[in-house]
Design a protein around this ligand. Structure first.
Ligand code: UFG
Length: 330
């Protein structure tokens, strides 16, 4: 297959590019490098450009044929989306609209979209399946839901078939150590814990211990990055035989509290990690755990990394090798 990966220089997109390349597909990464890194695109062709720039889009599609488009380009921080919703509506909604318009003109009929558990808002049950009401509580989640809705209309009117994958908490790194999570600034739990362990960041701040959960800290469903990526490959196969507009959750189905993640990380790094309890972070629901049985039932996807210690260990290998690399000047 010829695959266009929009956002292939970012955390999830770069792992996807590697997996596609390994599976023998031709890959083109399109990325504006606003949050991704050129060094993370190690396979296939790289085209620098912006989905908001018509000239960049024309250049991207000219002379190239794609069988499928995977779309990872998005702003993805809940807090930032509250502060600057314009950035989110412009990038996530208008950017995706521009991409779909190009696909329509060129009759590209397969689209895999990175959606999010953020579309559910405050869930009404602890384990969330796809039939839960969607009621996003922040602009980020609303942009993801808007695209899902746009996809329904584009399928009905223009025949663009799609799978929207609602990710729970992406975690871990390439088990071969070539790629990992590099956000700047870093806001995510596991990298912040590991940075604290490496002395690269301040002590870990635990945002609130007064939630209605087993130890008072928020519970999340952490899913290994390679498991997310393997679901994309399965979703493409599924679309071949099941045209339409589909939505699936991707998660492990088990929840870990912030304190449990910290303890698991301490086991992995072999020492205590400095931390303190601070105020709640606004916009954090208490518990988000996926029921991802639909993805298993429909396209035979099952996560391979079900042990949280193993997921964290892949992230630890990446973060510690980065520090070692910097110390050695490589
Ligand atoms: N947390 C801390 N300290 C930190 C960082 C996080 O206590 O330094 C806590 C958060 O409050 C939350 C949990 O750890 O309870 C997980 O936080 P992350 O920032 O790692 O992840 P989120 O659950 O906030 O966000 C993820 C994705 C978003 C997506 C969301 C869906 O990163 O893109 O899931 O709910 F919108």
């Amino acid at each position: 297959m010829n695959v266009l990966v929009c956002g292939g220089a970012g955390y999830i997109g770069s792992h996807m590019v590697k997996m596609l390349h390994r599976a023998g597909h031709e890959v083109v990464t399109f990325d504006n490098l606003s949050t991704g890194y050129r060094h993370a695109v190690k396979w296939g062709e790289f085209v620098r450009g912006d989905l908001l720039n018509q000239t960049d889009l024309v250049k991207l599609f000219q002379g190239r044929h794609f069988d499928v488009v995977m779309h990872f380009s998005a702003r993805s921080l809940v807090g930032e989306s509250v502060q600057n919703p314009a950035l989110y509506y412009r990038n996530n909604v208008i950017g995706t609209f521009n991409l779909l318009e190009e696909m329509r003109k060129r009759k590209i009929g397969k689209f895999i979209f990175s959606s999010s558990a953020a579309v559910y808002g405050n869930p009404v049950t602890d384990r969330i399946d796809e039939n839960q009401p969607t009621n996003p509580i922040n602009p980020y989640g609303r942009t993801k839901l808007m695209v899902e809705q746009m996809l329904k209309d584009f399928e009905a009117a223009f025949g663009i078939n799609s799978v929207s994958l609602r990710y729970f908490n992406a975690a871990g790194a390439d088990p071969e150590g070539e790629l990992g999570e590099e956000h700047n600034p870093e806001t995510h739990l596991i990298p912040n814990i590991l940075k604290a362990a490496l002395g690269q960041g301040p002590e870990l701040k635990i945002f609130g211990d007064d939630y209605d959960t087993r130890d008072g800290t928020c519970v999340r469903d952490y899913i290994h990055i390679n498991d997310l990526c393997s679901a994309h490959l399965k979703a493409v196969e599924y679309l071949e035989n099941n045209p339409g507009c589909h939505v699936f959750n991707l998660g492990n189905g088990s929840g870990f509290s912030v304190k449990e993640i910290l303890q698991a990380a301490e086991q992995v790094v072999g020492k205590p990690i400095a931390h303190k309890i601070v105020e709640r972070r606004s916009g954090d629901p208490a518990t988000l755990v996926a029921d991802a049985s639909c993805a298993t039932a429909h396209f035979g996807w099952k996560p391979g990394f079900t042990d949280i210690g193993k997921i964290i260990a892949t992230a630890w290998d990446f973060h510690s090798s980065q520090v070692l690399g910097r110390a050695q000047g490589t």
